[in-house]
Design a protein around this ligand. Structure first.
Ligand code: DAH
Length: 339
C-alpha cells in the first residue's frame, strides 16, 4: 500500500513537472487529487491497513497530497510566468522605430489666397463679413441699380429658385445688406461663393468665389480707391507691381474701372503669361453709385464710398500659376500639396 502510494505520488509529480499547459495541469489535479482522484482514493483502502498503522498511513497520504499540491502550485506559477513573458515579448513595441507619418491634408490654394487677401485688408482696418449664398433678386440686382430687364438678370446666366429668390451671381449684394444696417463708416470685405450658369472649362465654372470690398465714409474719393487697391496689388503680387485703372461700366458704381496689374512674371515687358500684354486684369471697382447709397438708406450728399470685386480663383490661378481652373475643384491631394 505504501509502495503504491509512493508510486502514484511519483507519477503525479513527474507528470506535473513535464507538462507545459495549464489545462493539462488542471486535468492532472483532477486525476490525482480530485474527489475520485487516485491519491484521494487510497484513503478508501484504509480498511486493508492494520488498525495500529492507520494513523501513520493517514499521515503519509496527507503528506503525498501536500507534495502533489505544492508541485501543482509551483508548476502553475511557472507556467503563468512563462505565458506572461511570451505575451510581453509578442506585444513589445520598439519605441525607437520612426513613427508613421500622419497625413494632415493641405490648405486649398483658394483658401491660402483668401487668407492672404484677408490679412492685407484686415491690416488696413477692414472687417470680414458674410452674406447668404441663396439671395433675393432685390439684393442681387435691384438694390445694386440693375433694373428689371437688364441683361445681367438674364436667366441664361443666373440660377433662379423662383421669381424672388436666386443663387447669388456676385458677392455685391452683401454691399446692400451691410449698408442697410446703417452703421457708418463701413470698411468691409465679403468673401464667398457665387453661382452662374456657365459650362465648365479651363477658365469657367458654374460656382466660384469672389471677394467684395466696400468702404463708405465722409470724404471718400477715387484717390482712396486707387491708393487702397494699388497697396493691395503690391502686397499680393510683389512691391514693384504697377496698377492701371481702365474705365469700365458697372451699374452699381460711377465712375467704374477695371484694374490691371503689371505682369509679375515679366515685369511688364510682355510674355506668354500675360499674353504679351504686360498687364493682367485682376478686379472691377468704382465709386458707389449715389442711387445705390440712397436705396440703402445712406445720404449721398453726406457720404461717399468705393467698392470692388475680386475673383478669388483668378487670384489663386495667377499667384500660383495654375493653368486650368478645374484643378481647383478636384481636391487631388497631389495637386493641393504643391502650394
Ligand atoms: N460684381 C461684379 C461682377 O461680378 C464685380 C464688381 C465690379 C464688384 C465692380 C464691385 C465693383 O464691387 O465695384 O462682375
Amino acid at each position: 500500500m505504501k509502495d503504491q502510494l509512493r508510486k502514484i505520488t511519483e507519477e503525479a509529480i513527474e507528470r506535473i513537472c513535464k507538462t507545459s499547459s495549464l489545462d493539462e495541469l488542471n486535468d492532472i489535479r483532477v486525476e490525482f487529487l480530485g474527489k475520485k482522484g487516485r491519491i484521494t482514493s487510497i484513503m478508501k483502502n484504509m480498511k486493508d491497513v492494520a488498525p495500529e498503522e492507520r494513523p501513520a498511513f493517514g499521515q503519509l497520504v496527507n503528506e503525498a497530497k501536500s507534495k502533489a499540491e505544492a508541485a501543482l502550485e509551483n508548476a502553475k506559477n511557472e507556467l503563468q510566468e512563462r505565458a506572461m513573458q511570451a505575451r510581453l515579448a509578442a506585444e513589445s513595441i520598439d519605441v525607437t522605430l520612426p513613427a508613421v507619418k500622419m497625413r494632415t491634408g493641405h490648405g486649398h490654394p483658394c483658401q491660402i489666397a483668401l487668407d492672404e487677401v484677408e490679412r492685407v485688408f484686415v491690416g488696413m482696418g477692414y472687417e470680414v463679413v458674410e452674406g447668404p449664398e441663396v439671395e433675393y433678386q432685390e439684393y442681387n440686382f435691384t438694390k445694386l441699380n440693375i433694373p428689371e430687364g437688364h441683361p445681367a438678370r438674364d436667366e441664361q446666366d443666373t440660377f433662379y429658385i423662383n421669381d424672388e429668390i436666386l443663387l447669388r451671381s456676385q458677392t455685391s449684394p452683401v454691399q446692400a445688406r451691410v449698408m442697410e444696417q446703417g452703421k457708418l463708416p463701413i470698411r468691409m470685405i465679403a468673401p464667398g461663393r457665387v453661382f452662374r450658369s456657365d459650362s465648365i472649362d479651363a477658365t469657367h465654372s458654374p460656382s466660384f468665389h469672389q471677394i467684395e470690398g466696400l468702404v463708405v465714409d465722409r470724404h471718400i474719393t477715387m484717390t482712396d480707391l486707387k491708393g487702397t487697391l494699388t497697396q493691395f496689388a503690391r502686397e499680393m503680387f510683389g512691391p514693384d507691381t504697377q496698377t492701371r485703372f481702365r474705365p469700365h461700366h458697372f451699374p452699381f458704381t460711377e465712375p467704374s474701372a477695371e484694374v490691371d496689374v503689371s505682369c509679375f512674371k515679366c515685369g511688364g515687358k510682355g510674355c506668354r503669361f500675360c499674353k504679351n500684354e504686360g498687364w493682367i486684369e485682376i478686379l472691377g471697382c468704382g465709386m458707389v453709385h449715389p442711387h445705390v447709397l440712397e436705396m440703402c438708406g445712406i445720404d449721398p450728399e453726406e457720404y461717399t464710398g468705393f467698392a470692388f470685386g475680386v475673383g478669388l480663383e483668378r487670384i489663386a490661378i495667377l499667384k500660383y500659376e495654375i493653368d486650368d481652373m478645374r484643378l481647383l475643384y478636384e481636391n487631388d491631394y497631389r495637386f493641393l500639396k504643391q502650394f
